[in-house]
Design a protein around this ligand. Sequence first.
Ligand SMILES: Cc1cc2nc3c(=O)[nH]c(=O)nc-3n(C[C@H](O)[C@H](O)[C@H](O)COP(=O)(O)OP(=O)(O)OC[C@H]3O[C@@H](n4cnc5c(N)ncnc54)[C@H](O)[C@@H]3O)c2cc1C
Length: 281
Amino acid sequence: MGILQDMMYGAAKRWIAGKDMETALAKAREANAKGLGVILNYLGEDLQDPRVAEAHFEEYVKLQRAIRDSRIDGCVSVKLTQLGLGMDHSAVFEKTARLAEDADAMGQMLWIDMEGSGATTKTIEVYSRLLETHKNVGVALQAYLRRSEEDLLRLMDIGAKVRLVKGAYREPRDLVFHSREQVTENFIKLMRTLFERGQGFAIATHDSRPIEEAEKLHESHPDTKFEFEMLRGIRDDLKLRLAKAGYRVVDYMPYGEEWYPYSVRRIKEHPSNIWLLLRSI
Ligand SMILES: Cc1cc2nc3c(=O)[nH]c(=O)nc-3n(C[C@H](O)[C@H](O)[C@H](O)COP(=O)(O)OP(=O)(O)OC[C@H]3O[C@@H](n4cnc5c(N)ncnc54)[C@H](O)[C@@H]3O)c2cc1C
């Protein structure tokens, strides 16, 4: 498995900004030089050992400072299960609050990724509490979940900053829209709500249809502040086209030793990546 994983890393490098912070920061500078902002994510999820969760937290503390010290136009995005969600709820809140406070002091955003549906309610709870004291924090919402419409309306009531994504996890059938078409329709529906009621939100997709729709919505809501966010290694040409057109475009860059589960999600969502993988093997 070790050798196979090493070979797989050859393909995964397209999506991963490296295995360590220094390499990821260098990739972030390259993206900045192309006119893109960056979001850095230290890979890891579903951690069950409090010492490992502490180490991940420390990595983010260092990463936020490194972004400031390197004058990188960027911020971090965290997964709450890597800070210990599922182990100690209050410790997760304290850690996330500390990252939000540091981000605030450094003029950065702090994004919170959304994970599998088992973590949705808790993630929104932690986020909503954080928002009471920190306005520079945003949370991802997944258009494939049927509940997201209600979640979005509640989040808009409290002035949330939302990153809208389609959703990347395998979920029980009754919780999600089933066809790609339905998910895209719901994405566009939620996006309209964001343009009507939100500020500082993110449209995080590589799908041309919602992106073109967002460009139209921007014309009718010219004062609404939002950004396009896309994953490293996917539709790089589109990122540059949108940046050239004057939009803020942000490249989401994960890095770290735990690149395998993230890469498997990318491969599964786009079958052509299997060829990329086979070529590298
Ligand atoms: C910035 C950002 C943050 C995200 N954060 C989260 C999160 O917190 N929680 C979560 O559940 N999900 C997250 N996602 C992932 C998201 O949910 C989707 O799984 C992913 O973005 C693919 O969906 P899509 O919107 O691009 O649409 P799709 O319909 O899947 O893809 C549209 C087009 O984009 C290209 N494309 C998409 N994916 C790939 C790929 N893997 N390889 C090659 N081409 C591809 C193809 O051209 C495809 O036709 C995030 C995505 C982004 C961009």
